[in-house]
Design a protein around this ligand. Structure first.
Ligand SMILES: Cc1cc2nc3c(=O)[nH]c(=O)nc-3n(C[C@H](O)[C@H](O)[C@H](O)COP(=O)(O)OP(=O)(O)OC[C@H]3O[C@@H](n4cnc5c(N)ncnc54)[C@H](O)[C@@H]3O)c2cc1C
Length: 433
């Protein structure tokens, strides 16, 4: 049997890795539009610096998949999280609810009293905002969770469902009181310790899998999928923008569902409308060097404040010697959607807004202290679990299943999956292939 995999990100590469030893598979073609593999895990190299499309760290509750990712690396750094939330000029250790004593007195009282006297506790939350109110109370929600989530998602949390957040544990009264009285309690401990490739950025992980592919597998770079057709004999014919043709008995798509649907030759109008209704965020990544290091030995800083354009800024120097600079380098993230306010900003306006943010959060003394090494835009970054997501994806999956086409990967299957989950789903699919 021949198999075609669309997309050479972590999902496509790991699917080939998990399937390559099966005796009934003779050949696997992996088709990739870019000039290199790795997709969202690609690392960007500029002026001697290496950084990723948003801070990627290796952690997981799924120990088997974590071990597998680490096993394909030449060497790794073991790191302990040190993340801060910048709130009214103060640093509150992440997660917010575990370090409340750092807040100004009025905000602290608001958070604690509304946590204890929370009228929303008894409800079954119908959306993300209701989940926050029920779990954390109005104070923590309005002080941090609502503004930060509005910023990252560019979407009102009352129009998002609870899929993303329903596993967040509810803090106990005792934990909140300890946090309010000055004790910093470590939270979300499954990500407290993490790993990062010693060299080469996060791309070292997908590249590690690519190195393990055998001679049955062939990667075709610079080939964007243009059309996919199911032929009368049941085989699939994929044609790329280069005019290359691939015919196979089985087809797995890990390219964004929007790209797959645009290429497929017989998509009914109702399926197209479900695909058109899917919401996602794009991301701007700016790589910035400052004159001085004013941020200490910390990694990521979350910024809920509305007048700072970025929601998160990560200090690359934290990740190990290969990522250090002579002062400090930062990866700045700004989410946007096509044609929204942020998307309309020119590159100069963006840089000016970011440099202004750097001064406001105290990482630069003047706007001119921020030197822009690079700035890039990436279309597919975050799946948004809006209120229609579940119904849209159930219908879309049923359609492709009936066509005999397998969907996998973060945007291929349109789920908010991290690398560990991408690998787990690839392994599951391979086991049931
Ligand atoms: C900002 C950000 C931060 C993240 N942080 C973490 C983290 O800390 N830890 C973690 O585990 N995960 C993290 N992730 C998630 C991680 O990046 C993804 O889970 C993973 O990269 C998804 O791999 P994939 O193969 O499913 O998708 P992709 O990497 O998107 O792969 C799809 C591939 O298809 C190709 N393609 C698209 N269209 C076509 C076409 N028409 N023809 C041919 N090829 C095409 C693309 O070029 C790409 O190579 C983060 C993601 C983002 C955006």
């Amino acid at each position: 049997m021949k198999l075609t995999i669309l997309g050479a990100g972590l999902s496509g590469l790991s699917l080939a890795y998990f399937l390559q030893d099966r005796s009934d598979i003779e050949h696997i073609d992996i088709i990739e539009k870019d000039d290199d593999i790795a997709g969202l895990c690609r690392s960007i190299r500029k002026d001697g610096y290496t950084y990723d499309i948003g801070p990627h760290i290796l952690f997981s509750k799924d120990k088997e998949m974590l071990e597998l990712m680490l096993s394909v690396l030449d060497a790794k750094n073991d790191l302990k999280r040190s993340n801060q939330i910048i709130y009214k000029g103060r640093w509150v250790q992440y997660p917010f609810e575990n370090d409340l004593s750092k807040l100004p007195k009025d905000d602290l009282d608001y958070c604690v009293s509304m946590f204890k006297a929370n009228p929303y506790r008894g409800y079954v939350p119908q959306n993300m905002l209701q989940f926050f109110l029920k779990t954390f109370g109005e104070g923590i929600t309005n002080t941090y969770l609502r503004p930060y989530n509005e910023k990252i998602w560019k979407y009102d949390p009352s129009f998002m469902d609870t899929q993303m957040v329903e596993r967040i544990p509810q803090p106990t009264d005792e934990e909140i009181m300890r946090s309010a009285s000055g004790e910093t309690v470590e939270g979300y401990v499954h990500q407290l310790y993490f790993h990062f490739p010693k060299e080469g950025g996060i791309e070292a992980v997908p590249k590690g899998f690519a190195r393990k592919l055998n001679s049955k597998c062939q990667i075709h770079l610079n080939n964007a999928v243009k059309s996919v057709k199911k032929q009368t004999d049941g085989t699939f014919k994929v044609v790329t923008d280069k005019g290359q043709e691939f015919v196979s008995e089985r087809l797995i798509s890990t390219i964004p569902i929007q790209a797959m649907t645009a290429a497929y030759d017989k998509v009914p109008a109702d399926i197209q409308s479900h695909v058109d209704d899917l919401k996602y965020n794009s991301i701007i990544i700016a790589f910035v060097k400052t004159k001085e290091d004013l941020s200490g030995d910390n990694f990521a800083f979350m910024n809920p404040e509305k007048d700072i354009i970025f929601h998160r800024i990560s200090k690359m120097d934290f990740l190990g010697d290969a990522y250090k600079s002579d002062s400090a380098t930062y990866m700045v993230e700004v989410t946007y959607r096509k044609n929204d306010y942020t998307d309309q900003l020119s590159e100069e306006e963006l840089k000016s807004r970011i440099a202004d943010g750097m001064v406001r959060i105290g990482f630069a003394k003047e706007k001119s202290d921020s030197e822009f090494i690079n700035i890039t835009k990436h279309q597919y970054a975050y799946v948004i679990y809006d209120l229609n997501h579940k119904e849209n994806m159930t219908t879309i999956r049923e359609f492709y299943k009936a066509e005999g086409i397998d969907l996998n990967g973060r945007f291929g299957n349109f789920e908010y999956w991290n690398m560990d989950k991408v690998l787990r789903e690839a392994k599951n699919m391979a086991e049931n292939f």
